[in-house]
Write a protein that binds this ligand. Structure first.
Ligand SMILES: [Ca+2]
Ligand SMILES: [Ca+2]
Ligand SMILES: [Ca+2]
Ligand SMILES: [Ca+2]
Length: 444
């Protein structure tokens, strides 16, 4: 403690006691003083009620909001990704957490900072950071996340490790953190492999980080794998496909793609059979039969991090790519299985909405409906190119599913109209009409 602070504390705590009296009193509050000397001294009270001013809030000094780190994105926004208006601007790793260990041995846990991506009219100094208030519109404000002292701060720390999106010279404060066992440069090729380590964060955790990870626990899909006229469930798990037959025969199981690839299914050649595909770093690999073998069609479309899907946007019987790009809130559709620009693009929903392609009115063309996880609600949209942002053009909506469910759509009864389904912990709950209610078909 500096001499100045001691002198001030003496004045503040008890103007009448001697310096010796102050020091004796100090022994009772030593713990709190060592944590927050200034604040305690300026707010005389018991050692246990020491209050800190953290990120503009008054919190107990031991509160999460005061520990200097930034809150997880999933705790604030519901999903372990950078929210709209932010970009991953750098990462670090923590060793020794045990969370990411696998059969190869101990593995690091990776933390990505999501910094405000837009400095508006503000420039930034030599450190490459602008004030959070520069963002236009001003979306994120420094404070305890969700105004809760029990959560770490958000949008306060002006700092950048700098290994991601280095072409963006100027970023704002860190809004939140993403945590992953996958090295950042694998799932976002804007990130470099240049390593930074902070093991102090290795046990930082949140319940929302432990939700099932589709990349590990399997991605559910539906398709007509045998040309029966009926869509059936399938799951892609770490490069292996498990497809259920409509005739009740044994599942079709084969390897195509790698762990970490994003799976897509569709009828790439118009023969009436849906087959598999994977998207890896913006490259689409499609196969025209449901068995092991090389890709029949390969082309680049989109960026790493885009959410890929497929549908027949033209009604010619051939499924082609679609992408949902969270960073700009738009869907990009292409009408052929080849490299090129989008044939149609439009704004889509709000962050964390999920695209659900399908033909919900039986007119032979697929459109991109929307599932809003926060409401467990399907918004059925029967036109392409409509602005889903305000949902003003959604034809109708209904609630179906529970928190954490993954949405899908297919024609499970062969009437040529797609309807919703949800996937929950290895089970498909499918509806044969576009309305809420109980499942018509359940597949484990
Ligand atoms: Ca086909
Ligand atoms: Ca088509
Ligand atoms: Ca349609
Ligand atoms: Ca149907």
């Amino acid at each position: 403690m500096s001499r100045t602070i001691v002198r001030r504390a003496t004045e503040l705590l008890d103007r009448d006691v001697s310096r010796r009296g102050f020091l004796r009193r100090l022994t009772f509050g030593a713990t709190a003083l060592s944590v927050a000397p200034l604040t305690y001294l300026l707010r005389p009270g018991t050692a246990y009620a020491a209050i800190c001013s953290c990120s503009g809030s008054s919190c107990d000094c031991s509160a999460m909001c005061c520990d200097g780190y930034t809150e997880f994105c999933c705790s604030i926004f519901g999903d372990n990704v950078c929210p709209t208006g932010t970009i991953p601007a750098g990462w670090w790793k923590a060793d020794g957490s045990g969370v990411c260990d696998n059969t190869s041995g101990p593995q690091p846990r990776y933390y990505l900072d999501c910094n405000i991506s837009d400095c508006g009219g503000c420039g930034c100094g030599s450190n490459g950071i602008c004030s959070g208030s520069c963002q236009d519109p001003h979306t994120y404000t420094c404070g305890c996340a969700n105004g809760d002292c029990g959560l770490r701060k958000s949008s306060c720390t002006g700092f950048r490790y700098g290994q991601c999106n280095q072409d963006v010279a100027c970023v704002g404060p860190i809004v939140c953190r993403v945590v992953t066992c996958t090295p950042p440069w694998v799932w976002d090729d804007s990130c470099t492999t240049s390593s930074a380590t902070d093991n102090n964060t290795r046990f930082h955790d949140a319940a929302c980080l432990n939700d099932p990870d589709p990349l590990i626990d399997g991605v559910p899909l539906v398709g007509d794998w045998t040309g029966s006229g009926q869509d059936m469930p399938g799951v892609f798990v770490n490069g292996v496909w498990h497809l259920r037959r409509a005739d009740g025969g044994p599942n079709i199981v084969f390897g195509f793609g790698n762990a970490g690839d994003r799976p897509v299914v569709g009828d790439w050649n118009g023969d009436g059979v849906d087959t598999v595909g994977v998207v890896r770093n913006g490259v689409w690999y499609m196969r025209n039969s449901n068995d092991i073998g090389p890709a029949d069609i390969v082309f680049g479309y989109g960026n790493p991090g885009d959410v890929p899907f497929a549908g027949d946007w033209t009604g010619n019987g051939i499924d082609t790519p679609g992408l949902y790009r969270r960073s700009d809130g738009r869907v990009y559709l292409r009408n052929s299985n080849s490299t090129g620009v989008a044939d149609i693009d439009f704004f889509f929903g709000v962050p964390f909405d999920l695209p659900v392609p399908g033909d919900f009115n039986g007119d032979g063309r697929d459109t991109v409906s929307l599932y809003r996880p926060s409401e467990q609600r399907f918004y059925i949209i029967n036109e392409l190119g409509s602005d889903g942002g305000g949902l003003g053009t959604a034809q109708y909506s209904f609630q179906y599913g529970a928190p954490g469910d993954l949405p899908l759509a297919g024609d499970y009864d062969g009437n040529e109209v797609d309807s919703p389904g949800i996937y929950r912990s290895g089970t498909f709950y499918l509806r044969n009409s576009n309305s809420g209610g109980v499942a018509d078909v359940v597949y484990q």
